[in-house]
Design a protein around this ligand. Structure first.
Ligand SMILES: [Zn+2]
Length: 103
């Protein structure tokens, strides 16, 4: 079994996109709905998406991904996983580069 418990992002990218104004920005009222103070702190979008701190998140389709926190070896291509790279779990529960997963 994988050693991590999957945690879905608090907002999906689609939900974040849907909250934009016609001008392509965000207004104070929308951010308040998401619990973001005004002026919004740096990195608030990543905070909502849950992809900071190397926290696992679910992609559409249910695949679990996260950013690697430390150096490791990919169970797929056997190459080094560099901290900050996107990784995912293969069918055996091993961490691999997201790009090394079939599909
Ligand atoms: Zn790989």
């Amino acid at each position: 079994m994988p050693p991590v418990v999957p945690q879905p992002a608090r907002l999906t990218r689609q939900e974040l996109e849907a909250g934009k104004t016609p001008a392509g920005g965000y207004n104070r009222r929308q951010l308040a709905l998401w619990g973001i103070p005004w002026p919004p702190p740096k990195g608030w979008q990543q905070q909502l998406l849950g992809d900071t701190e190397g926290r696992p998140q679910a992609e559409p389709g249910g695949r679990i991904v996260m950013r690697a926190r430390g150096e490791s070896t990919c169970a797929g291509c056997q190459q080094v996983i560099v901290p900050g790279e996107w990784i995912s779990l293969d069918s055996l529960g091993e961490w691999v580069h997201r790009t090394c997963l079939p599909g």
